[in-house]
Write a new protein. Structure first.
Length: 464
């Protein structure tokens, strides 16, 4: 990575939120070749430009290069994953084909699971996790405000990036920090860094959001500070049960430190999302404590109560309901019906993220074309994924033999073909071509195909 005069890596910042916006702007100003992967109104605003960075009171425009697809930025040597945790599976899947050999992906996200999710989607990349301690807020789609945290006694900057891991990810994090002017602490114990950050997220984010209160109000109410400590202690208990040596006093230490250094007008990403009417990152924060606590048999009653309350105020379900039947990710998946293939798990999708159309082989038949036409023209999908798998039953027979067998038994020859095949890659390419040539499917610019290996669990994209 870019140290001692070396060429800066070709970098993709995936997600143009608060953290992604600051890093993209700072690295661009430092002369790095940066592309920001964005979508919707954010993509349009960044392309119109310029992006506005308010950095410790200094407001300045920054011209950012914005792309809709990571492959437009490729081959990517360094990717900074900055999307919300619930967007990680889809973002990582989209990123994988854009990565250069030997690429590094750093997760600069809340939560403890993102590096593993990314590594499954990008198996050839070196993946590292980073705990981000930055006071940043996205005030509009093209404007981010950074309020640095400082030691009240010395004035020293307390913002920092912690983690990275051994080898290339740690080196990449050090280079990013140096270029962006943000202090970095590289450590091989990424799990410890992320769980220690979860102490902060599960306490501050939860209390500020439930109280709809900025930092000054929270620390002005003793009971709110007590609630933060209780939430943080449950994180510590769960981490210890998982074998992660978070400091015993991490919860008390965080509350004491945050009281000293966080600006009174500051808040949390969860509070800012709630105020803006956006989906909350609840499941990756206090929700993760509840989930892991149940898995490990650790009682977390305070986290469970707060998680239940956050579910009630989360705008996400209402947004989904308002979007009618359109899947969240605007994607339609054509997958084989084989019981060993879980399209949602393989592609990192949650229920409600995609339309999943299943048939024998995951083949683009006429009926699949019909479903895709409805999916796009009436239900809002924009991307199509073909998902087949190894060891498929459709490779064990031939169409003519199958038709003759049915004709012998019924006296009637089927008017349809079973669409048996011998080669996954060739069949995926043929299905993609059928979709692209169909006059009934309006959006054919994002049609991709994958083969899932049922023995290894690896997912491989089929390219042209």
């Amino acid at each position: 990575m870019s140290r001692a005069g070396a060429r800066p890596p070709r970098t993709a910042v995936v997600g143009a939120g608060a953290v992604g916006g600051v890093l993209a702007a700072r690295l661009t100003e430092a002369g790095w070749p940066v592309a920001v992967v964005a979508r919707g109104e954010t993509l349009a605003a960044l392309r119109d430009g310029p992006f506005t960075l308010v950095d410790d009171g200094d407001e300045r425009p920054v011209a950012l290069r914005a792309v809709a697809d990571p492959r437009e930025a490729g081959p990517v040597e360094l990717a900074l994953m900055c999307v919300k945790s619930f967007d990680t599976p889809a973002a990582a899947r989209d990123l994988a084909p854009a990565l250069a050999p030997g690429a590094v992906v750093l997760s600069l996200q809340n939560g403890v699971d993102n590096p593993d999710v990314i590594a499954r989607a990008c198996p050839a990349a070196a993946v590292g996790g980073v705990a981000v301690y930055l006071g940043v807020q996205r005030t509009s789609v093209d404007r981010v405000v950074r309020r640095p945290s400082r030691d009240p006694r010395t004035g020293a900057l307390r913002d920092r990036l912690v983690g990275g891991g051994a080898g290339a990810p740690g080196e990449a994090l050090a280079a990013v920090g140096e270029a962006a002017g943000i202090p970095v602490e590289v450590t091989e114990r990424v799990d410890l860094a992320l769980w220690t950050k979860l102490v902060a997220n599960a306490s501050l984010n939860t209390v500020t959001a439930l109280g709809r209160a900025r930092v000054g109000r929270v620390f002005g109410e003793p009971a709110a500070s007590d609630l933060m400590r209780a939430l943080g202690r449950e994180v510590v208990a769960v981490a210890h049960a998982a074998g992660i040596p978070v400091a015993d006093d991490a919860a008390d230490a965080y509350v004491a430190d945050a009281r000293r250094r966080l600006p009174a007008e500051g808040g949390s990403s969860t509070l800012f999302d709630l105020e803006a009417g956006r989906r909350l990152e609840r499941d990756a924060l206090v929700g993760a404590v509840v989930r892991e606590g149940r898995r490990l048999g650790v009682p977390v009653p305070v986290s469970e109560a707060c998680d239940a309350l956050l579910r009630l105020v989360d705008p996400g379900p209402a947004l989904e309901q308002a979007d009618h039947a359109a899947p969240r990710r605007r994607v339609a998946v054509v997958a084989c019906m084989d019981a060993r293939l879980d399209p949602w798990g393989v592609l990192g999708l949650a229920r409600g993220d995609a339309h999943v159309i299943r048939n024998a082989g995951g083949v683009a038949t006429d009926d699949v074309i019909r479903s895709l036409a409805v999916s796009q023209r009436r239900l809002g999908t924009e991307e199509i994924v073909i998902l087949q798998h190894t060891d498929c039953g459709m490779t064990t027979f031939r169409d003519d033999d199958f038709r003759r067998e049915i004709e012998r038994e019924t006296g009637m020859r089927p008017p349809w073909a079973a669409e048996a095949f011998t080669d996954n890659d060739a069949e995926v390419r043929q299905s993609i071509e059928r979709i692209r040539r169909s006059p009934f499917i309006p959006r054919i610019d994002r049609v991709r195909g994958y083969v899932y290996d049922v023995r290894t669990g690896n997912l491989r994209e089929v390219t042209d």
